[in-house]
Design a protein around this ligand. Structure first.
Ligand code: SAH
Length: 263
């Protein structure tokens, strides 16, 4: 193979393997090397040629930075060898996906790359739970927030909490389950109505999707009784959550199928 290859930074979608874009799929079909994450559905690897090299790089929380540097270098190295490299990331690569760091690393080295957006969990998991993140009557603004909160900038945090509590209708917290007590306390403290509906959607868009609903006031207590709600999960706060009562299509269809199978 001659010259430098190319890197595709691809969003794999939130879980359901059909929620990848056509562009993402086509890049996988051409791949010589696929570098994939813990949250990219491994079923997608079937689209890569049998001979493609498959490299798993699930992130270990303890040596995050080191791990990321190694991934950056790996992508560059494989592309410089002339390969078509697909970096497959869960959801959208630009939403808490560190694509910025990878793209910067490649750009600095003059390695060609493309970013292929994906369907992000903060929108897709609610959609599969019967909750549109905006609605003409129940929500006209939407924010995507990391629940992996940094305690080192308290002032900034206060301003942000105030904005999230009073300025945004629907808030999706990623990586937030462990911090649920902090999230609900801060939102209430900064002015959000404790009766605001909340949904926690775990393993969204996958057959094992589970959704727990409640209010800011009682969601923590409710979660305690539901061990099946684990990471990955989205915490969605806002009045749009009430729409689930009417449009919970995915879990309803699944329950009907199961009944049919049992019956
Ligand atoms: N780039 C991804 C997010 C990566 S951060 C995206 O755009 O979706 C990882 C977090 O995403 C998880 O902690 C969880 O909050 C969320 N997440 C990813 N997949 C999910 C799924 N299938 N269901 C619910 N949450 C999910």
């Amino acid at each position: 193979m001659n010259g430098t290859g190319k890197v595709y930074l691809v969003g794999a979608g939130p879980g359901d393997p059909k929620l990848i874009t056509l562009k993402g799929l086509e890049s996988l079909q051409q791949a010589d090397v696929v570098v994939y994450d813990r949250l990219a559905n491994p079923a997608l690897l079937e689209h890569a040629p049998a001979a493609a090299e498959r490299i798993y790089c699930g992130k270990l929380p303890d040596n995050h930075t080191l791990q990321q540097e190694r991934i950056n270098e790996l992508l560059a190295e494989k592309a410089l060898e002339g390969n078509v490299v697909v970096r497959l990331k869960g959801g959208d690569p630009c939403v808490f996906g560190r694509v910025g760091e990878e793209a910067e690393h490649l750009a600095e080295r003059g390695i060609p790359f493309e970013i292929v957006p994906g369907v992000t969990a903060g929108i897709a998991a609610p959609a599969y739970a019967g909750i549109p993140v905006t609605h003409r009557e129940h929500g006209s603004s939407f924010a995507v927030v990391t629940g992996h909160l940094r305690e080192d900038k308290p002032e900034l945090a206060t301003e942000k909490w105030r904005a999230l509590a009073t300025g945004i209708d629907t808030v999706a917290f990623y990586m937030g389950v462990a911090n649920l007590p902090l999230i609900r306390t801060q939102l209430i403290k900064h002015g959000r109505d404790p009766q605001t509906p909340v949904a926690i959607i775990s393993w969204g868009t996958l057959p094992q999707q589970v959704t727990l609903t409640g209010t800011l006031a009682d969601i923590e207590e409710r979660l305690a009784g539901h061990r099946e709600i684990t990471n990955p999960a989205i915490i969605l706060v806002g009045n749009v959550v009430q729409l689930r009562d009417k449009i919970n299509w995915f879990e309803t269809a699944r329950a009907e199928t199961n009944e049919h199978l049992i019956g």
